[in-house]
Design a protein around this ligand. Structure first.
Ligand SMILES: [Fe+2]
Ligand SMILES: [Fe+2]
Length: 272
């Protein structure tokens, strides 16, 4: 099974990369599933229903979120009618939407997708380990579903590694998001889970983590906000990972994908 997971899509430039590349990559690599982190898709903050629909229309199977999940207030309402939109599982009970979803593709393969938020250097939330336990229990790998991907949306690399080891053997892929900078440590863990600390953002890298440089620089140097954060508008680099999953549900290979924009290009050799 072939999975493409695309990192945090930032603003218009990131969305354009998704809309252009996903249909091409689906075909070129005969992808079974495409999952996109969309927490920054609407002007850098949250996501709208129109954007979710645009993504699904070009071949995205599901959209995960993060700490910016509800920055667009409309998400609190539409998330309940959008079963392919997944917010962090460790929000308090009663939060609209779902922290996990099983998506079935045209060939009948079933992918469980879970999203959790870290707690280090982030807002206080419920325990992500306990939330994962709860979400994974009904869908054991190879029984309730054919593959499991967990989007670990966290700031601290230590917490991401710990969550990955905790999930190893029970997840096909543990994909770090949120920092907006791709890490070079993609690998298969000893128990068979594919892992990367952070997949990187899909946005303009001539920026401060996707935002136009001027306002972040003013805030860092003068401390006083003097404008809004706006997404940088240059061409995006689509940052993703390609994961090949065996019939056991464990991963066989993982490789970075970088297309367009300022970063060096990368593509999985095992799909060429
Ligand atoms: Fe993000
Ligand atoms: Fe985030």
């Amino acid at each position: 099974m072939r999975l493409l997971f695309v990192g945090d899509v930032v603003g218009r430039s990131g969305r354009a990369a998704v809309l252009q590349q996903v249909p091409l990559l689906r075909q070129r690599w005969r992808l079974d599933f495409v999952v996109v982190n969309g927490e920054n898709a609407a002007g850098g903050f949250g996501i709208t229903e129109a954007i979710v629909q645009e993504f699904l229309a070009v071949g995205v199977d599901a959209v995960t979120l993060g700490n910016h999940a509800f920055d667009q207030r409309e998400a609190l309402a539409f998330i309940d009618r959008q079963p392919r939109l997944i917010r962090p599982a460790n929000y308090p009970p009663g939060t609209p939407g779902r922290g996990a979803a099983v998506i079935e593709n045209a060939a009948g393969a079933r992918l469980l997708i879970v999203n959790v938020l870290g707690r280090i250097f982030m807002e206080a939330l419920d325990d992500p380990f306990a939330a994962l336990e709860r979400e994974l229990a009904p869908f054991p790998l190879g029984d309730g579903c054919d593959a499991v991907v967990v989007d670990v949306h966290a700031e601290a690399t230590s917490e991401k590694w710990a969550l990955a080891h905790y999930l190893d053997g029970r997840a096909s892929a543990v994909i770090g998001t949120h920092t907006h900078a791709p890490s070079a440590d993609h690998r298969i863990l000893s128990g068979g889970a594919a892992f990367i600390t952070d997949v990187g953002m899909t946005g303009d890298y001539d920026s401060v983590i996707g935002m136009d440089k001027d306002e972040p620089l003013r805030r860092f140097t003068k401390r006083i906000p003097s404008g809004r954060f706006e997404p940088a508008q240059g061409p995006a680099t689509l940052c993703a990972v390609a994961v090949e999953i065996a019939s056991t549900g464990l991963a066989k290979a993982i490789a970075p994908v970088r297309i367009g924009g300022l970063l060096n290009a990368a593509a999985p050799e095992f799909w060429s």
